[in-house]
Design a protein around this ligand. Structure first.
Ligand SMILES: [Zn+2]
Ligand SMILES: [Zn+2]
Length: 283
């Protein structure tokens, strides 16, 4: 079966994340924060826990992904904020390397009122610096398509392509396609035809050879509303038909799928993973 998983918690011990992924029936992939997403500082990784994580992930045949914490903003025009954000990116790349994680998902961030072009320049310099400072490591930075909320950068495929081109290190960079963000930013995914066109556009502009991960999230907001509100799979505006079409698109059938859906009384992680699996093409 295809690699399909969900974002899981690292609470208490980082290796427990693998147990949680197994518990909710992730298949060969899942995603974590390696440190608290709402704090700047991170405790050093415990050596025993890190090797337990590695071993458990390896024996269950998982390819895990990591996600940057929320506080840093690599597009920030504020110099010290930007520097601090780059430091966190470097730290996270090192942590990924210790944990045997080959890809870290990074948000383009917010230009905070400067300009999209300036924001992109900051993203480029942040990634270049982080790659230079970790030149012996193989961890790839995956820039995530953004929803186009106010002051955000990276909401158009052209932006993703040009930023990746300018960073220029093919082995260390790539893209993460978030269905909710892409849809909110104006690329239709509701019908098989619309979704095929969006994937074709992405291929033409960014290139599917640079796509390493798909974030599978339904959207509370409608097409082009530029707002980032994740919804359970099938309950939002993309809907089951939309996801069925994305999952059966032959051009992207090798790309791992990771859900970042809410957890509430309507549905939990296990049910979302099961529901997403039910939309995969048979065979
Ligand atoms: Zn995402
Ligand atoms: Zn989002």
């Amino acid at each position: 079966m295809r690699q399909i998983g969900i974002h899981v918690s690292i609470a208490k011990q980082i290796d427990f994340a693998v147990d949680r992924a197994i518990e909710v029936a992730c298949n060969r992939t899942f995603q974590i924060f390696t440190s608290s997403p709402r704090r700047w500082a991170a405790k050093e990784l415990d050596k025993n826990q890190a090797s337990a994580f590695l071993e458990k992930a390896r024996s269950a045949d998982f390819r895990p992904f990591a996600h940057m914490p929320y506080m840093p903003n690599i597009a920030s025009p504020n110099r010290s904020f930007h520097t601090q954000s780059v430091e966190v990116l470097i730290r996270e790349i090192r942590r990924c390397s210790i944990l045997g994680i080959s890809d870290i998902v990074v948000h383009f961030g917010s230009h905070q009122g400067s300009s999209i072009a300036e924001g992109h320049e900051r993203v480029i310099s942040a990634c270049r610096t982080a790659i230079e400072k970790t030149d012996r490591l193989k961890v790839r930075i995956l820039l995530e398509t953004s929803a186009g909320t106010r002051n955000s950068v990276g909401s158009k495929f052209e932006y993703v392509a040009s930023v990746l081109d300018k960073i220029g290190d093919k082995n260390r960079t790539g893209a993460c396609f978030d269905t909710c963000h892409v849809f909110a930013s104006g690329y239709d995914l509701k019908t098989p035809e619309a979704s095929a066109k969006t994937i074709d556009d992405f291929d033409e502009i960014v290139g599917l050879d640079r796509l390493y991960l798909i974030h599978v999230n339904d959207s509370k907001s409608d097409l082009g509303q530029a707002s980032d509100r994740h919804e359970h799979i099938g309950f939002g505006k993309i809907g089951d038909a939309g996801f069925r079409a994305i999952f059966s698109n032959k051009k992207i059938r090798e790309i791992p799928l990771v859900l970042e859906t809410p957890i509430d009384e309507r549905r939990g992680d296990k049910e979302n993973v099961a529901h997403a699996k039910s939309l995969l093409p048979k065979s």
